[in-house]
Design a protein around this ligand. Structure first.
Ligand code: PEP
Ligand code: CO
Length: 450
């Protein structure tokens, strides 16, 4: 056991003196205090040493020696904690990872938006339907999705449900990734199946055949590497609810440093990245690798300030900039940021989130994204890095392993009129399994042209 059972009362709580955006308004402060006290006594979900290992992997990403694949739901849901959902998501991520590893010829660091991604920042505090106004849905960790007063009142007991849902998800993820299920040859067989059985997959026959040849060659040589049998997989989520995150922040007895043991990596979202705000303060106190979403209004000065606050020692792997500018802005806005950050001497990982700058509302009322816009933002991101001689470090995507109809386009095309068929997300629209694999093959092709 490397982590003390009690959270450090002081250092992990300095954020309490600062404005904290996007926090729920709990009607019963005492109930919240009781829940926090319980959470503080719960065992860690991850170990500090695992967070350090991920930081080392992300250091390779920052230095141009590895690629980050980060993906999963926009919002996990308590009723989505089932073997099928978790397996399908994992399977999709592993399939994407295999394709990218081959094409990029560098290790792919695999990180899920998983086992903790239950809290959502919202642009509006309330929602009105047919003249009735209620608090907005903020994720299963806060309130219920159903549109009625009882469901929408923030309930601190849900923080404990989030902990339990995260624990059981992580348990299955660990079993899948280390128990033989994720053997690379198995993952490749799933990809061959996708290539054979789906019209969009057929375009990637050549690449799949090359991977097959490489694996056959190794088999013929008599190699059977241990590395093929298990997968290193990490969990990440947005560190939004600071009561929860700080209750799970513990002192690591090896190093005396604080770690947020709710997940390996946490990120700060576009709506909570105020330099003088509570979220940045909280992140500055923990040793986990930290991501920050950078939207189109981010200035180079902001980026340099984030480095100053969160990565004062200029430690590669500590900070990942997750750029989500929109397909129409990334080519204009990103170069100055990358140039000035590089000139400052900092080594951060640059990752593209091609989802959040490309959301629009379809005529049907569904929040959606076009596959082509997603792809175009990734292309823009790669172009910028190619132009500057810097490393396009990875992709951060919202996806599910299920055959939902939430984003339009893709090889097995989904049309606006199809959106209603399986629109299941509790928040933002996700790429479905086939769109996710499509994206992986297309990014693989881009990486090879880089
Ligand atoms: C998200 O990742 O689901 C999200 C809300 O992103 P952003 O903070 O970039 O808007
Ligand atoms: Co989202």
């Amino acid at each position: 056991m490397t982590v003390n059972a009690k959270s450090s009362a002081s250092a992990g709580n300095t954020w309490r003196d600062l404005p904290a955006a996007q926090q729920p308004e709990y009607p019963d402060a005492e109930a919240l205090r009781d829940v926090i006290a319980d959470l503080e006594s719960y065992p860690p979900l991850v170990f500090a040493g695992e967070c350090d290992q991920l930081r080392a992997r992300l250091a390779s990403v920052a230095k141009g020696e590895a690629f980050l694949l980060q993906g999963g739901d926009c919002a996990e849901a308590f009723d989505g904690v089932s073997a099928d959902h978790i397996r399908n998501k994992l399977k999709t991520l592993l399939q994407m990872g295999a394709v990218l590893t081959y094409a990029a010829s560098v290790p792919v660091v695999k990180v899920g938006r998983i086992a903790g991604q239950y809290s959502k920042p919202r642009s509006k505090g309330t929602e009105t339907r047919d003249g009735v106004t209620l608090p907005t849905y903020r994720g299963d960790s806060v309130n219920g999705f159903d549109f009625n007063e009882k469901a929408r009142i923030p309930d601190p007991e849900r923080l404990k449900r989030m902990y339990n849902a995260s624990a059981s998800t992580l348990n299955l993820v660990r079993a899948f990734t280390t128990g033989g299920y994720a053997d690379l040859r198995q993952v490749h067989a799933w990809n061959q199946d996708f290539v054979k059985s789906s019209p969009s997959g057929q375009r990637y026959e050549q690449l799949a055949r090359e991977i097959d040849n490489a694996l056959n060659f190794m088999r013929a040589c008599g190699t059977d590497p241990e590395e093929f049998k298990t997968v290193e997989f990490y969990a990440s989520h947005e560190a939004l609810l600071l009561d929860y995150e700080s209750a799970l922040t513990r002192v690591d007895s090896r190093t005396g440093k604080l770690y947020d043991v709710s997940g390996h990596m946490v990120w700060i979202g576009e709506r909570t990245r105020q330099l003088d705000g509570a979220h940045i303060e909280f992140a500055s106190k923990i040793r986990n690798p930290i991501g920050i979403k950078l939207g189109p209004t981010t200035t180079a000065e902001d980026a340099l300030q984030y480095i100053e606050r969160l990565d004062p020692d200029r430690e590669p792997g500590r900070l990942t900039f997750i750029v989500r500018m929109g397909a129409d802005k990334v080519r204009d806005k990103l170069p100055e940021l990358v140039e000035k950050v590089t000139a400052s001497g900092a080594t951060v990982a640059w990752v593209t989130d091609p989802m959040h700058g490309n959301t629009f509302e379809a005529a049907s009322g569904h929040k959606t994204r076009r596959f082509d816009d997603v792809l175009d933002e990734v292309k823009g991101f790669f172009e910028v890095h190619k132009g500057l001689g810097t490393h396009p470090g990875g992709i951060h995507v919202e996806l599910t392993g299920d055959d939902v109809t939430e984003c339009v386009g893709g090889g097995d095309e989904i049309f606006v009129d199809d959106l209603h068929q399986r629109y299941e997300t509790a928040c933002d629209p996700r790429l479905n399994r086939s769109q996710s694999l499509d994206l992986a093959f297309l990014v693989a092709e881009m990486y090879r042209d880089q």
